[in-house]
Design a protein around this ligand. Structure first.
Ligand SMILES: [Cu+2]
Length: 347
């Protein structure tokens, strides 16, 4: 039993870890299909799906042949009753056998390399068409910043992109950069992982064929809250996407009933780390809050965006996301209530 234990833990443990990552962590994702590479809805993910199935098929065939030969040999060449126990004649240095078991694996590996290389090339070489969307993705510990330089919009953690019609593709091209350490941008149903490396610009693209919400996650260990550096991509038909862009471009309108909360926001350290367009808040260390309420989650998918969770978050982010790089703000209960009353007006 002892010898089997590590193997058993590996076999049972790795799927559990994978599932926990997909479904267990962060805000409730019950309605969103789990992220897997086997249900692709975008060309780069489709290509990966094809290579993955091809590789699995080749490996499965090798497994069946090798395991079959082993089982056959065990049964066929058992020691017969009354055997004298002497070794049978041994064969050394058979050139045909040596040749066969060297060339066949080399050929198989070569085919796998060529198929993979062709896929990588066809995905990476795709030119950027003129009517595509451009987004700068900036990885931060532990959240994602999304900037649309051609549309004048900045948001966080929930990337909105238009549906890409196969007849008239409107893909989204992503430039990926890091504000601190290495991260990796991964939305399994849309494309492969792309590393996000300090002082380097990597690129990738997606052309989602189906509207919906697609879950993603940072895929490169980047510190304490790596596991809660989630993201979602909201794919919507072009008119909805245009409406979202128009709404994001609007500036905050002062609502007199939440003046006190707004005052607290503007006179507290919040302004050093957050932007609210149209106010004194111009900090870029944390997510842009101009349209905070347009997001379903806070803390990069750590919790749903409800007034209660906002209160808990602003009071002490580490109760929701231990180690998050926003300090506990230690406001009085009244100030906290008023501040959150202001935040929930940021549509
Ligand atoms: Cu990470």
């Amino acid at each position: 039993m002892k010898r089997w234990l590590p193997i058993l833990i590996g076999l049972v443990g790795s799927p559990i870890i994978a599932f926990a990552n997909d479904w267990g962590m962060g805000a409730s994702n019950a309605k969103i299909p789990p992220p897997t590479i086997f249900t692709p809805v975008s060309t780069p993910a489709n290509e990966i799906d094809t290579v993955a199935y091809f590789t699995i098929t080749v490996c499965a065939a090798i497994f069946v042949i090798v395991a079959g030969l082993v089982v056959y040999s065990i049964i066929r060449f058992r020691e017969p009753p009354g055997d004298d126990g002497r070794e049978p004649a041994q064969v050394y240095g058979s050139n045909p056998i040596e040749f066969a078991w060297t060339t066949v694996p080399i050929l198989i590996v070569f085919v796998l390399i060529l198929t993979t290389a062709r896929t990588i090339y066809s995905v990476q070489a795709a030119p950027r068409p003129p009517d595509s969307i451009l987004v700068h993705v900036i990885g931060h510990q532990w959240w994602w910043e999304f900037r649309y330089p051609e549309l004048g919009v900045v948001t966080a953690n929930e990337l909105h992109v238009p549906l890409s019609d196969r007849a008239h593709p409107t893909p989204t091209f992503l430039d990926l950069e890091s504000a601190d350490v290495a991260h990796s941008f991964w939305v399994p149903r849309l494309a492969g992982k792309t590393d996000v490396i300090p002082n380097r610009k990597n690129t990738m693209w997606i052309d989602p064929h189906q509207p919906g919400i697609y879950l993603g996650q940072c895929a490169e260990y980047c510190g304490t809250e790596h596991a809660l550096m989630l993201l979602r991509v909201v794919v919507e038909p072009r008119p909805d996407f245009d409406r979202w862009i128009a709404a994001q471009k609007q500036r905050a309108v002062a609502d007199a009933s939440v003046d006190h909360g707004r005052q607290i926001f503007e006179t507290t350290a919040c302004v050093n780390c957050h932007v609210v367009q149209g106010t004194a808040a111009e900090g870029r260390f944390g997510p842009d809050l101009t349209h905070l309420m347009a997001r379903e989650t806070i803390g990069a998918g750590a919790a749903m965006n409800t007034p209660d969770n906002l209160k808990t978050w602003v009071h002490d982010p580490s109760t929701i996301k231990p180690g998050a790089l926003m300090p506990a703000m230690n406001l009085s209960q009244k100030d906290l209530d008023d501040l959150v009353a202001y935040l929930v007006t940021l549509h």
